[in-house]
Design a protein around this ligand. Sequence first.
Ligand SMILES: *[C@@H]1O[C@H](CO)[C@@H](O)[C@H](O)[C@H]1NC(C)=O
Ligand SMILES: *[C@@H]1O[C@H](CO)[C@@H](O)[C@H](O)[C@H]1NC(C)=O
Ligand SMILES: *[C@@H]1O[C@H](CO)[C@@H](O)[C@H](O)[C@H]1NC(C)=O
Ligand SMILES: *[C@@H]1O[C@H](CO)[C@@H](O)[C@H](O)[C@H]1NC(C)=O
Ligand SMILES: *[C@@H]1O[C@H](CO)[C@@H](O)[C@H](O)[C@H]1NC(C)=O
Ligand SMILES: *[C@@H]1O[C@H](CO)[C@@H](O)[C@H](O)[C@H]1NC(C)=O
Ligand SMILES: *[C@@H]1O[C@H](CO)[C@@H](O)[C@H](O)[C@H]1NC(C)=O
Ligand SMILES: *[C@@H]1O[C@H](CO)[C@@H](O)[C@H](O)[C@H]1NC(C)=O
Length: 533
Amino acid sequence: MREMQYILILLLAGIYDTQQRSTAESDTYMAAVVEFPPVFFKDDANLTLLTNAKSYVNYIHRAGNQSADIIVFPEDGLTGLNLPNRKELDPWMTIIPDAVDNYTPCTGSTLSVSDALKLISCAARDNQIYVVINIAEKLPCEKDGCPSDKFLYYNTNVVFDRNGKVIAKYRKTNLFGEYQFNVTEIPEVVTFDTDFGVTFGTFICFDILFKVPAMNLTRVLGVKDIIFSTAWFSESPFLTAVQTQYGWSFAEDVNLLASGYNNPQRGNAGSGIYLGRNGVGTAIMPLQKKEALLVYEVPKKIKSTVVTKNQDDISNSKECSKADITIPSQSQKPLEYGTVYDLTLIYDNLDVFETAILTEGVTETKLCQNKFCCDFSVNMSNANSNTTYLLAVFYGTRTYVRTIVAGTASCAVIQCSNKSSTSCGRVQNSDTVFNSLVITGTFENCNDVIVMPMSLNSSILPIAHDTYMETIHEEHKHVTISIQPSTKNLVTFALYARDFTRDGLVSSASGYKYIFYSFILPVSIFLYLFTWA
Ligand SMILES: *[C@@H]1O[C@H](CO)[C@@H](O)[C@H](O)[C@H]1NC(C)=O
Ligand SMILES: *[C@@H]1O[C@H](CO)[C@@H](O)[C@H](O)[C@H]1NC(C)=O
Ligand SMILES: *[C@@H]1O[C@H](CO)[C@@H](O)[C@H](O)[C@H]1NC(C)=O
Ligand SMILES: *[C@@H]1O[C@H](CO)[C@@H](O)[C@H](O)[C@H]1NC(C)=O
Ligand SMILES: *[C@@H]1O[C@H](CO)[C@@H](O)[C@H](O)[C@H]1NC(C)=O
Ligand SMILES: *[C@@H]1O[C@H](CO)[C@@H](O)[C@H](O)[C@H]1NC(C)=O
Ligand SMILES: *[C@@H]1O[C@H](CO)[C@@H](O)[C@H](O)[C@H]1NC(C)=O
Ligand SMILES: *[C@@H]1O[C@H](CO)[C@@H](O)[C@H](O)[C@H]1NC(C)=O
C-alpha cells in the first residue's frame, strides 16, 4: 500500500513536472538570469572554478524549482575577471566539447572536461533546464601559425540542453582588452533551438556595441531572443549596464536575457530580462554587492506578426553613405570616475559635444553638430540649484581600449553639476521636473546604424518613456522619444546611435593618444590603462 502511494505520487509529480515546462505551443517561456558575484582564490584555479560552479548548481536548482526553461550566468562568472597572464593561464582554462560531438559532460567519460563543466551539466540534467554559462576555453592547436604554447584561448559561452548535453558554443568576437584571449578567424554567428519553440542567438558583453555578430542575428537571421552574458563596466551618462541592455533590446525589438557579473566596487553590476519594445520585464542595478536570481515569464515574439521595421529596408540592406566629412573624435584625457554608493562609474568625456544650457520653462530648439541635428521640445520646472541640465549633440567617433574606433551619434538631455559639459553624468537626485520632453534625431536610413533610447535616472535605471517613433524616409529616418509627464531625478534622456560605418582601428602610431576610454575590461587592464595616464 505504502509503495503504491509512493508510485502514485511519483507519477503525479512526473505529470506535474512536464506540465510546468513550456512547449513549442506555449505563448511564453520562463527565463532566469543570475546577477552573480564570483569568488576568487588567487593562484587556485581549481578551487575558484569548483566553488563558483557549486553556486551555479544551487541557482540551477532554484530556477528549476521556479519552472524556468532556461537559465543564464554571467561572463567570467566561473573564473572571475582576474585571469593571470598567458603563461599562467592553463589551469584556468577548460576543454569544451563542440556541439557536433554530441557530448554530455555529466555522463561522458571520453573527453577530459573540467569538474566545473561536469557539475553544471549534471545540474542541467537533474533539473531538466537549459543552462548557458561563460567560461575560458582552451582549444588544442597544432597547425602552422598556432601560438607556441599550442593552445588557442577563447572567452566562450556554452549552452547545455535539458539533458546536460553541450548543444552550442560561442566565442567572443569583440574582446575588450582581454589580451590573453584569441578571436576566431571568422566571427561566429551562433544560434540554438529549444524544445519550447524558441531559437536563441548569443553573444558576450562588448559584442553588444558592434555590428558583428549582433546584427547578423537580429537583422539577417531574424532571431528574436538573445542570450547575453556580461561583466560590464558602467559608464555614465550613456552606457551604464541596465540602460544599455534595455536600449539595445528596445532598438532591435528582441527579448534579451542578460546576466551580469557583480562587483560594484570595480564597476560591474546589472542584469535583466528585457522584452524589446514591450519594455523591461525585470532588471536590477545593484549599487552594492549582491547576488540575485531573476525569473520572468517571457512572451514569445512571433517574427511575422511583430513588424517594427520596414522589412523591405532590411532586405535591401541600404548602404550607408560614407561621406568623408571631418568628424570630431572625443578628446583624450585621463579617465575620470566616481561612485554611487559602492558602484564605480566611469564618466564619459563630453567636451567635444555641442551643448546648450536648458533653462526653466519652455524650450523649443534645434541643435546641430556638423550636419547632424536634433530637435528638442522641453517644458521644465522647479529647476534645482544643485543640478544643471544641458542639451548635448554629438556625431563622431570615440575610442575604446586604445585601438578600437567606434562611430557614435547622440541627441541628449543630460544632468550636470554645473554649466560645464565636463561635469555631466555624476548622478544626483534632482527635484527638477520635466513636464514634457520630446527629442527627435535625424539619422541616415541605412542598415548600418542602431538607434537606441538611452535614459537613466538617479537609481541608475532606465526611465520608462511614453513613445519611441520611427518615421522612415528614403534617405533618412526621424526617431522621436518622449518622456512621461512629471519625471524627476532625470540623469539622461537620449537617443544614442552606433554608426557602424565609422568603425575601425586606430593605427598603432596614434594609438597612444587613445588610451583612456575604457569599460568592460578586466580589472588588471583597467588599472593598467589608468596608471598609464
Ligand atoms: C525545490 O522545491 C522542493 C519542493 O518544493 C523543495 O523540497 C526543495 O528544497 C527546493 N529546492 C531548492 C534548491 O530550493
Ligand atoms: C585541477 O583539476 C584537474 C582536473 O579537473 C586536475 O587534473 C589537476 O591536477 C588539478 N590541479 C591541482 C593543482 O589540483
Ligand atoms: C592568440 O593569442 C595570443 C596572445 O594574445 C597571440 O600571441 C597569438 O598570436 C594568437 N593566435 C592566433 C592564431 O590568433
Ligand atoms: C555577418 O555580417 C557580416 C557583415 O554584416 C558579414 O560579412 C558576415 O559574413 C556575416 N556572418 C555570417 C556568419 O553570416
Ligand atoms: C508646462 O508645464 C506646466 C506644468 O504641467 C503647465 O502648467 C504649463 O502650461 C506648460 N507650459 C506650456 C507652454 O505648455
Ligand atoms: C563643475 O563641476 C565639476 C564636477 O563636479 C567640477 O570639477 C568643476 O570644478 C565645476 N566647475 C565649476 C565652474 O564650478
Ligand atoms: C540635490 O538636490 C536633491 C533634491 O533637493 C537632493 O536630494 C540631493 O541630495 C542634492 N544633491 C547634492 C549633491 O547636494
Ligand atoms: C528610476 O526608475 C525606476 C523604474 O525604471 C524606478 O523604479 C525608480 O524608482 C526610479 N528612481 C528614481 C530615483 O526615481
